[in-house]
Design a protein around this ligand. Structure first.
Ligand code: SAM
Length: 274
């Protein structure tokens, strides 16, 4: 069987009775051109290993396979298994489907080497998975890139620059040792059923990690600073031992507020406190 031998996705959904489940964050994409564009965001996937979370009926999975990838897909919904088995058969040997909860499966147990992550994530677990991938101790991580669908508002927080209202803890976490960019916006009408808000694809690649920074300390600094983002640093950081001294040493004006600090300034504070 080839990809063209596979029935259209709408037919697959109808045949297997895959009515979208709200609890599982199911909003499906059917437009093949759009799916091919998403699969193109990480660059050529020919012969590469890809982890997909939440393949659902398999629209994005097909696009990844058309692009030449070897796909390992984790899907929670048992109802999708027969539809995914058809895709598995059509691309023999290049798709492996695992039925289970992605939050409970360690990808390191699935891959011997590097892999790219590409997913139209269920919104309810998306941020948890994303922060987990960004928080690993080993750096560079085993994943080579993350290409992920988010609600546009979350995507904007991930890539936000200082001095914007979207800039916060998620921006610092996403940018301190990674490059994060907004790859494309996706209109809500592209999904079935359409979600309430617009979506966007974020593409993240690991960069060199600054030396001597403990992730936990960086988290504590951003938590304190953005926990009271309207307050001056001298107030918001005063409960963090050594933080005011670090500001002085780095010549960072304690009257500034968290959202004016560049990622490199947060890193420098964490370096001194680590
Ligand atoms: N990839 C498909 C597409 O683009 O049309 C479906 C995307 S839909 C937004 C999210 C998918 O993730 C659903 O198929 C849902 O069943 C699945 N899912 C939800 N929670 C999950 C979890 N914890 N682990 C694995 N899959 C999950």
């Amino acid at each position: 069987m080839t990809t063209s031998a596979l029935p259209p996705l709408r037919e697959v959904i109808a045949r297997h009775g895959l009515s979208a489940s709200k609890a599982l964050g199911q909003n499906f994409l059917f437009d093949e051109q759009l799916l091919d564009r998403i699969a193109g965001v990480p660059g050529s996937l020919e012969g590469r290993h890809v982890l997909e979370i939440g393949p659902g009926p398999g629209g994005l999975t097909r696009a990844l396979l058309r692009a030449g990838a070897h796909v390992t897909a984790i899907e929670m919904d048992r109802r999708c298994m027969p539809a995914l088995a058809e895709v598995e058969e059509a691309f023999s040997g290049r798709l492996r489907v695992i039925q289970g909860d992605a939050l409970k499966i360690d990808p390191a147990t699935l891959f011997a080497g590097p892999y790219a992550v590409v997913a139209n994530l269920p919104y309810n677990v998306g941020t948890a998975l994303f922060t987990g991938w960004l928080s690993g101790e080993a750096w560079p991580p085993q994943w080579t890139s993350l290409t992920l669908m988010f609600q546009e508002e979350v995507a904007r927080r991930i890539v936000a620059a200082p001095d914007t209202s979207a800039y916060g803890r998620l921006s610092v976490l996403s940018q301190w040792r990674s490059n994060a960019k907004l790859a494309m916006k996706v209109h809500r009408s592209a999904f079935t059923p359409p979600p309430k808000v617009m979506s966007a694809i974020v593409h993240v690649e690991p960069a060199a990690a600054p030396a001597g920074v403990s992730m936990r300390v960086l988290e504590r600094v951003t938590e304190a600073a953005f926990g009271q983002r309207r307050k001056m640093l001298r107030q918001s950081l005063k409960g963090l031992p050594g933080a005011l001294h670090a500001l002085e040493e780095l010549a960072i004006d304690p009257q500034r507020r968290a959202e004016t600090l560049r990622v490199a300034e947060f890193v420098a504070i964490a370096q001194l406190l680590s």
